[in-house]
Design a protein around this ligand. Sequence first.
Ligand SMILES: *Cc1c(COP(=O)(O)O)cnc(C)c1O
Length: 470
Amino acid sequence: MTNDEFRRYGYAVIDWIAKYLENVERYPVMSQVQPGDIRAQLPDRPPDDPEPFDQLLADVERVILPGITHWQSPNFFAYFPASSSGPSVLGDLLSSGLGIQGMLWLTSPACTELETHVLDWVAEMLGLPGKFKSDSAGGGVIQDSASSASLCALLAARERATGYETRRGGLAKHLVAYASEHAHSSIEKGMNIAGLGTDNLRKIPSDERFALRPDALQAAIEADLATGRTPCFVSAAVGTTSCGSIDPLVEIGEICRRFGLWMHVDAAMAGTAAICPEFRDIHRGLEAADSYCFNPHKWMFTNFDCDCFFVADRKALIQTLSILPEYLRNQATEAGSVIDYRDWQIPLGRRFRSLKLWFVIRSFGVRGIQERIRRHVAIAQQFAAWVVADPDFELAAPEALSLVCFRHRGGDAINQQIMDRLNQSGQLYLTHTRLCDKLTLRLAIGQTNTELRHVERAWQLIREASGSVA
Ligand SMILES: *Cc1c(COP(=O)(O)O)cnc(C)c1O
């Protein structure tokens, strides 16, 4: 592709994306294809000769688009939002255009310095404790996902608990970790990857609000100590994926301090809300945490992937993950005058992700982000009020910012039918969880352009779907 062609097709791609986003509400939200449908349309072999670019774009429309679930539709209420925005897409595009590797400060100083700076901004925006900022002993880094952030936290906890010996081959045999029974599956996966073993994750029971019970946590730690094990890590959730519950950070922090455990706080979905001072309460007790993460790629209008991970003691993380082969040695690193983010993550290579986050923050302004978060929460509250007022429906969990868990009172079968009918209709997309052993519907609001009218229509469709199956 020549530069001239790149320019021409580049404009065409931007036009294509703009048109797609303009029309996104016209597509069935959940892709309606069957397994194998997409592959059946692809040639068995790659082309020997170059194909014209127009053809590629036409095939995206013809072959790929039917197999797309439209996460950027304002009628997408499934799982969690993956909210995107124009400034984020353009920031990501620039990052692709620059095509750099940001593993060391030296390999592109701006990549490291912008990241450090933007993460200090983010810490300030969310009102995070000062110890997570780069002018303290801690600091922030962008990871690909909350799963990776939690794994890094777990690895650092493992090393801190074993005098930084496990990484060299020492045994981590007696280490145990704790999280609520509603914690995200990535914590369990992290136990597997970190070599601690999934059986050594204690799933602590929760209370009637689905929040971790501190008394049960303490009892589990004491039981493990009594049998010669070494408790090392607690992951507390601010906004569980299942139902948005918030673990009691103050009490968990006290327990972690008393027993010397690493306290990680996973706020992947809900953390963004703290940008509004009136919701900052969700972080009460965060001062005690050793690490914290949240995903701008969920609810802060930034394309996947972008997780902000903060640690209070960057030395612990670096000592856990650093490796310095000869071919990466350089003066800036040796002098200790720069940050090399490769030591803060699992892979060596890294993309220039702070560019899109910087674009989002500057384009929306803090106030612009706050307004959307407030709007989403207000819409969720309105939806919850409709549920409460309808004798056929009930709320299944306390209101949790932009996530509403609810169900028809008629039992699992009718809730399953509501969900299946709506998802197959393509008009909206909802997913479920199980709470108190009952099938529970989740309305996760947070797509950048979701407004009250979308949720009003969703509620109408939900009631119709229940009425027609009753
Ligand atoms: C979504 C979510 C995760 C996983 O996020 P990834 O960035 O996809 O790894 C982890 N924890 C919570 C609470 C989540 O909501």
